[in-house]
Design a protein around this ligand. Structure first.
Ligand code: NAI
Length: 281
C-alpha cells in the first residue's frame, strides 16, 4: 500500500494524509474545489510546520513533497488504498464510494471510510467490490492519537482486514482494535452519550460550562472536559454521529439535545469555526 489516496482534507483527512506521508507513502489528497484545496494545503503545512518546530520530524518540506492536494478524484485511479474522510453524511459518502469504485483501477485496492457512525455495509454495497471495503477509523488529532478502529462489514474479506491491520500497525505505527459494523463502533458508542449528557447538563442549567469541564478534568483525570472535546471533534460531526447512533439503536441517550442542534444551525461548530462552547482565536 504505497500509493494512498485520501478524500477530504479537513481536520481528519489532513491528519491521515500527514501520518501516511510521514510513514514514507505517496499520498494524493482530494478536496472539493480550488478554495478547499488551498485550505487543505494550508492545514497540512501548518501541522507539519509545528511538528518540525517541535522536533518530531526533521524536515516538513520533505514530507509535504509526498502529498499532492487536488480537486480531481480521477487522480486516485492508480491508488492501492483510498481512505474517505468527507462530511459525515450517508448519501454523500455513498455517492462518493460509487464513483471511487469506477475510478480506482486496481481490483485489489482497498476502499476505506473514516466514518464515525455510518454502516460500512451501506458504503460497500454501492460498489462492485464490497469485499474490499471496510472502516478504518482514526482519532483526532490523527498524528497524536495512536488508536485505529478496523470495521469490516459482513461482506469484507478477512484478508482485507489483515492488510488494513498491517497498514495501521506496521506502516503507520498505530494500535488497531476490531469492531463490528454497528453505528459508533466501540469508542463513539461510549463517548457520544457522555458528551450529549454534558450538553444536556449545560442546557438545563444544572452546572456551568467551566464547572462541567473542570469536574471531569480534575475529578476524573480526563485530559479535557466533554464540552471542550465536543468543540475539538466539531459540533456538526458530534451531532451527525449522535443522529446515526439514534437512528441505529433508537435509544434516547443518543438523541442530540436541542442546544447542540441550534449551535450547529448557527454555524457554531467548535474549534474549526472559531466558536462552539468556547471561543478560539
Ligand atoms: P471536516 O469538516 O473538517 O472535513 C471534511 C472535509 O471534506 C472538508 O474539508 C470538505 O471540504 C471535504 N469534502 C466534503 N465533501 C467532499 C467531496 N465530495 N469530495 C472531496 N472533499 C469533500 O470534517 P472531519 O472532522 O475531518 O470529519 C471527516 C470524517 O471523519 C467524518 O466522516 C467524521 O465523522 C470522521 N471523523 C471525525 C472525527 C473528528 O474528531 N472530527 C474523528 C474520527 C472520524
Amino acid at each position: 500500500m504505497e500509493r494512498v489516496g485520501i478524500v477530504g482534507c479537513g481536520q481528519m483527512g489532513a491528519g491521515i494524509a500527514e501520518v501516511c506521508a510521514r510513514a514514507g507513502l505517496d499520498v494524493v489528497a482530494v478536496e472539493s474545489g480550488a478554495e478547499a484545496v488551498e485550505a487543505g494545503r494550508r492545514r497540512l503545512e501548518g501541522s507539519l510546520g509545528r511538528a518540525e518546530r517541535k522536533g518530531r520530524i526533521p524536515d516538513a518540506a520533505e514530507v509535504l513533497r509526498r502529498i499532492r492536494v487536488t480537486d480531481s478524484l480521477d487522480e486516485l485511479a492508480d491508488r492501492t488504498l483510498v481512505i474517505e474522510a468527507i462530511v459525515e453524511n450517508e448519501q454523500v459518502k455513498a455517492d462518493l464510494f460509487a464513483r471511487l469504485d469506477k475510478i480506482v483501477t486496481d481490483p485489489d485496492a482497498i476502499l476505506a471510510s473514516n466514518t464515525s457512525s455510518i454502516p460500512i455495509m451501506k458504503l460497500g454495497t454501492v460498489t462492485g467490490r464490497a469485499g474490499q471495503v471496510l472502516g478504518i477509523h482514526f482519532f483526532n488529532p490523527v498524528p497524536v492519537l495512536p488508536l485505529v478502529e478496523l470495521v469490516p462489514s459482513l461482506l469484507t474479506r478477512p484478508e482485507v482486514v489483515d492488510r488494513a491491520r498491517g497498514f495501521a500497525q506496521e506502516v503507520l505505527g498505530k494500535h488497531a482494535i476490531l469492531c463490528k459494523d454497528r453505528a459508533g463502533f466501540v469508542v463513539n458508542s461510549l463517548l457520544i452519550p457522555f458528551i450529549l449528557a454534558a450538553v444536556r447538563m449545560l442546557e438545563s442549567g444544572f452546572a456551568s460550562r467551566d464547572d462541567i469541564d473542570e469536574g471531569l478534568v480534575r475529578g476524573a483525570a480526563h485530559p479535557q472536559g466533554p464540552l471542550a472535546l465536543a468543540d475539538l471533534i466539531g459540533l456538526d460531526t458530534t451531532k451527525a454521529v449522535a443522529e446515526s447512533l439514534y437512528e441505529e439503536f433508537k435509544e434516547p441517550l443518543y438523541a442530540p439535545p436541542p442546544l447542540l442542534a441550534r449551535m450547529v444551525d448557527a454555524g457554531l461548530l467548535g474549534r474549526k469555526s472559531g466558536r462552539g462552547f468556547y471561543t478560539y482565536s
